[in-house]
Design a protein around this ligand. Structure first.
Ligand code: SF4
Length: 228
């Protein structure tokens, strides 16, 4: 799908508005995440092409060069490579199609963009990172604790972001950056397996959450103008 610079600019503004709405929505949750906790910053984070563009367009030339070096030097050979997008998953469920199996292991390593337990692109980090919030200390428990309705919010925001970038790619952060920035990796990275973003066909909302999240859904629809 061909998108003009103006289209892209509008979609980047819409993306920023979605991030802002997510932050406002999650502000009422009792989250314990704090500075310099990078437990969830693994090499398994994924993102859309639009989010990758948001990062690269926001950085100064020298910051971009540093980012390229980090990806190149710390490219994770083992990493989560999604087999299906969120909207693809929702569509497959209603079409009663098989869901592909995926491999994901936090022990595959840290995110290449993490330095001294700090994110080097924090203001521009993708939704996959923003969504990683916990109501209990992950280091102590070994996992993040997100209330069920918080997971529903994460799903619908991810669906909206994918919808906004439909026709473009989705995949692991390192793969996406390598492609977008034309990073010439010396290592053999075994294919980048990027997927294509799909439009929303059905929102993944359990019936018991519908009423509560309706105002946020309406706001999201307003931002990305999903046709009902
Ligand atoms: S991009 Fe930043 S916030 Fe996201 S996983 Fe990497 S270091 Fe963490």
């Amino acid at each position: 799908m061909h998108k003009t610079d103006t289209d892209n600019q509008i979609r980047l503004e819409q993306l920023k508005n979605i991030y802002q709405l997510f932050d406002q929505t999650m502000a009422s949750f009792d989250v314990v995440c704090e500075e310099k906790c990078a437990t969830c910053c693994t090499c398994n984070v994924t993102m859309t092409q639009l989010e990758a563009q948001y990062i690269t367009l926001s950085l100064q030339q020298d910051e971009k060069e540093k980012l390229c070096k980090r990806i190149s030097n710390f490219f994770p050979l083992e990493r989560y490579r999604p087999e299906i997008t969120m909207n693809g998953f929702a569509r497959s469920c209603i079409e009663d199609k098989d869901i592909p199996e995926e491999e994901n292991n936090p022990e595959w390593g840290k995110c290449p963009l993490l330095t001294d337990d700090r994110c080097t692109i924090y203001p521009y980090r993708p939704f996959g990172c923003r969504a990683l919030l916990s109501e209990a200390n992950c280091k102590k428990n070994g996992y993040a604790q997100v209330p069920e309705i918080g997971q529903t919010y994460q799903n619908i925001f991810m669906q909206a972001i994918e919808h906004l970038d439909q026709g473009n790619s989705y995949g692991n952060l390192s793969d996406m950056m390598t492609v977008l920035l034309n990073i010439d990796l010396e290592k053999n990275i075994d294919g980048n397996s990027l997927l294509i973003n799909e439009p929303v066909t059905v929102m993944m909302i359990p019936p018991e959450h519908r009423k509560k999240i309706e105002p946020v859904i309406n706001h999201l629809i307003h931002i990305i103008q999903i046709q009902a």
